[in-house]
Design a protein around this ligand. Structure first.
Ligand code: SF4
Length: 501
């Protein structure tokens, strides 16, 4: 019997035959990054809003959502068939169809008419902010199954998020989705779909395909088997040289597993040469520029870090999809050597936190008084967030702009002057910290240890159904995590200072 496939599996096969083989035969190897998991969640939120958006848009007839609770799809297939052959024509959400053992779930199916009579319009809903080439393939598989199941199809479009949409409140989301017509491109691909299906089947049923790693592991989607396929069994895996995925894949193919295996003659990129040199030497490199820079910083020094959340579907009036909205900050204040204070802000009420956050930051960063010293950050993210606050609250613009004028980024200084072999090609604060302050490694934090976890914790904490004990726990974890971030910067500056003594 032919291998059963879904649209998702065919899309995996278009990315890499080994991927579809592993998904079906070695599912225990799947590892989704935190970012991918967050993207899945956003996708579900957008799907929910699409139902609200298209509900009743067809002659006012309410649509039907086809439930699927795991297990087999027979009930969903039967219910879809009943609705699609009914005289009472209305939108169907998650219409479930199967053709030639390929199963699809159509996000939105709208009844329509063309010259030959009743027909259908498929709308595929994506959480992205534009239509991408891979979406056309995705729609082509749906159209092929739809028509192969014996149903007419007159249109197929993609609905994606309009990132210029500004939520005006009251649950009104008209205009948040933009529809792009893909009918012509999709119909042009229909003869190719059976070939995709056949090759996906061969890859699934045969032995594990011998496919080398390459740029395709990250495009169009980050593959869930990267940890399995890319070699990571040496102390300094080749992927730590960073840069072009194509070049890294060539080195892996040549049999190099460790950065130190790669002959220096094969490296031309300056940054890779540096990583290779330091890794091969086994000793960290710290240049005088680091201490020269930090020794010039006057007191008081403010070390600032934000945590933000973004919603595909905005929940607060006046905000846009995917806008980074701060709900927390931490600030260590170093008045003089060894004279440290700490200030922080966290709002878990579920109300928009941005205004109160900005006002307290203006006070605690002493924006209105002098001397008010540099505000240290790591990468330019804090500047972006403050600029977002300026756009939101013009009456606070002067005080907030004064803070942006004090911002000093520690990232470029670190990048230019410091590298340790254990950083594996990354200058993120999480990569740098264990090499200068092993006692502060993020891996030792219990609960929240990265930014995506902080946003997830925030969303959980503001949910109306959360229990008091869990909320208290999340509050503590969030405060600890953000404080850890600013303390990390303090330790970095002190490390650079000590290096000149
Ligand atoms: S990591 Fe790369 S080679 Fe491995 S299955 Fe995924 S796409 Fe294919």
């Amino acid at each position: 019997m032919a291998v059963r496939l879904s649209k998702t599996r065919i899309m995996s096969a278009l990315q890499c035959h080994k991927r579809v083989h592993l998904e079906i035969n070695r599912p225990e190897l799947v590892h989704h990054s935190k970012a991918t998991q967050a993207a899945f969640k956003m996708g579900h939120e957008v799907g929910d809003i699409a139902i609200q958006f298209y509900e009743g848009k067809h002659d006012g007839n309410a649509g039907t959502y086809i439930e699927y609770n795991g297990g087999n799809f027979s009930r969903a297939l039967k219910q879809t068939e009943t609705l699609m052959t009914s005289m009472f024509r209305a939108p169907v959400f998650e219409a479930t169809l199967r053709h030639d053992h390929v199963l699809v779930r159509e996000d939105v199916l709208l009844p329509t008419r063309d010259e030959s009579g009743n027909s259908w319009h498929i709308v595929e809903v994506k959480a992205s902010t534009k239509a991408k080439p891979e979406h056309i393939n995705d729609c082509a598989v749906q159209a092929w199954v739809h028509m192969g199941s014996g149903y007419p199809l007159s249109r197929i479009s993609l609905a994606h998020i309009n990132n210029q949409f500004i939520y005006q409140g009251d649950g009104v989301y008209d205009g948040i989705l933009v529809e792009v017509e893909l009918t012509q491109e999709v119909f042009g691909l229909l003869p190719t779909v059976p070939l995709w299906v056949e090759s996906a089947r061969r890859a699934a049923a045969g032995p594990e395909p011998d496919i080398p790693v390459g740029p395709h592991c990250y495009s169009p989607y980050e593959c869930a088997f990267i940890n399995y396929c890319w070699p990571c069994d040496s102390r300094y895996p080749v992927s730590g040289l960073k840069g072009s995925k194509k070049k890294l894949a060539e080195w892996v193919k040549a049999g190099y597993r460790d950065i130190r295996d790669v002959p220096v003659s094969e490296i031309s990129n300056e940054k890779q040469l540096r990583i290779h040199r330091v890794t091969t030497s086994g000793r960290a490199e710290l240049l005088a520029g680091a201490s020269e820079f930090v020794n010039e910083l006057p007191y008081p020094r403010f070390y600032l870090d934000f945590e933000t959340v973004s919603f595909a579907i905005p929940i607060w009036t006046g905000t846009r999809p995917y806008q980074a909205l701060p709900f927390q900050w931490s600030c260590h204040v170093e008045r003089a050597p060894e004279e440290m204070e700490h200030a922080e802000f966290l709002d878990l009420t579920g109300e928009p936190p941005m205004r109160a956050l900005a006002e307290q930051m203006i006070r605690d960063l002493e924006s209105h008084q002098a001397p008010n010293g540099p505000v240290l950050m790591y990468t330019g993210y804090e500047r972006t967030v403050i600029n977002g606050l300026i756009a939101m609250f013009p009456d606070l613009a002067e005080a907030l702009t004064a803070i942006t004028e004090r911002l000093v980024d520690l990232h470029p200084v670190t990048l230019a002057n410091y590298y340790h072999p254990d950083m594996l090609g990354s200058w993120s604060i999480k990569a740098v910290l264990p090499t200068i302050a092993p006692d502060m490694d993020y891996a030792t934090l219990e609960g929240i240890s990265e930014g995506t976890e902080a946003s997830s914790a925030y969303l959980e904490a503001i949910h109306p159904d959360i229990g008091a004990a869990r909320k208290d726990q999340l509050t503590l974890e969030l405060l600890k995590y953000c404080k850890h971030d600013t303390e990390a910067m303090v330790r970095l500056v002190h490390f650079f200072e000590q290096s000149s003594k």
